[in-house]
Write a protein that binds this ligand. Structure first.
Ligand SMILES: CC(C)(COP(=O)(O)OP(=O)(O)OC[C@H]1O[C@@H](n2cnc3c(N)ncnc32)[C@H](O)[C@@H]1OP(=O)(O)O)[C@@H](O)C(=O)NCCC(=O)NCCS
Length: 194
């Protein structure tokens, strides 16, 4: 499965991504903001991390043929999808995370049985808060989530995004149309026969 956006290609990770992945995600500035990326992060560890896991949709984010980050989700036992994302430091601040995560969320909601997305960010991560807000995520509470890189639990804000809210967060692609068509546009279905 591949997803294409205006500037990015989201594709499955490959074993050959391991060294680059370890270098980009193993940066303290990245790993310390995630719950599950260790620090230091070796290419061998990255190989294990990249193995496909049942119930997960994990995408490598590629720009002009170059790996720049990752985004994806896993299905919780409740059925909800938990969204995660990161970018190599060099590519921050250019809207790439917003662009990639929007495609991932849209892909998730193409599955009509998905009730919604949850996500979370550590309190010292305003950039992630902004990405989630732009997607329409709403804060649901606070808690503590383990950070493998930091080695302790970190205060975090938790979020939820349901279908309706996701649709409203995205500017309509086609104006002056029915709600149904707006939703179909959001899912990228306009023009499809499905
Ligand atoms: C979070 C992360 C993915 C954002 O990537 P990005 O491509 O820079 O994100 P975008 O450019 O799409 O959007 C970032 C938004 O945050 C804003 N932002 C960035 N730093 C900020 C700060 N210190 N305070 C407030 N807002 C900030 C940007 O202005 C932008 O908002 P805007 O589009 O309204 O201007 C990237 O910083 C990263 O990989 N961090 C480390 C890993 C991580 O945090 N992953 C998420 C774990 S929950």
């Amino acid at each position: 499965m591949k997803l294409e956006t205006e500037r990015l290609l989201l594709r499955p990770f490959r074993r050959t991504d391991a060294a680059e992945f370890a270098q980009l995600a193993g940066d303290w500035a990245v790993a310390s903001k995630t719950s599950d990326i260790p620090y230091p992060f070796s290419a061998v560890q990255a190989l294990g991390w990249l193995k496909p896991v049942r119930g997960e949709a994990r995408f490598a984010i590629e720009r002009k043929g170059q790996l720049i980050g990752g985004a994806g989700f896993y299905r919780r036992p409740s059925g909800a999808a938990e969204l995660g994302f990161w970018l190599g430091r060099h590519w921050w601040g250019q809207g790439y995370a917003s662009e990639a995560t929007r495609a991932v969320v849209r892909h998730g909601f193409a599955n009509r049985r998905l009730p919604g997305f949850c996500s979370a960010h550590f309190v010292d991560n305003p950039a992630s808060a902004r990405v989630l807000a732009k997607l329409g995520f709403e804060p649901t509470g606070r808690g503590h989530i383990a950070s493998i890189a930091r080695g302790y639990d970190v205060e975090a804000v938790t979020y939820w995004l349901d279908r309706q809210r996701a649709m409203l967060a995205r500017p309509p692609i086609v104006t002056a149309e029915t709600e149904r068509n707006r939703w179909r546009a959001w899912l990228g279905l306009l023009g499809d026969t499905a």
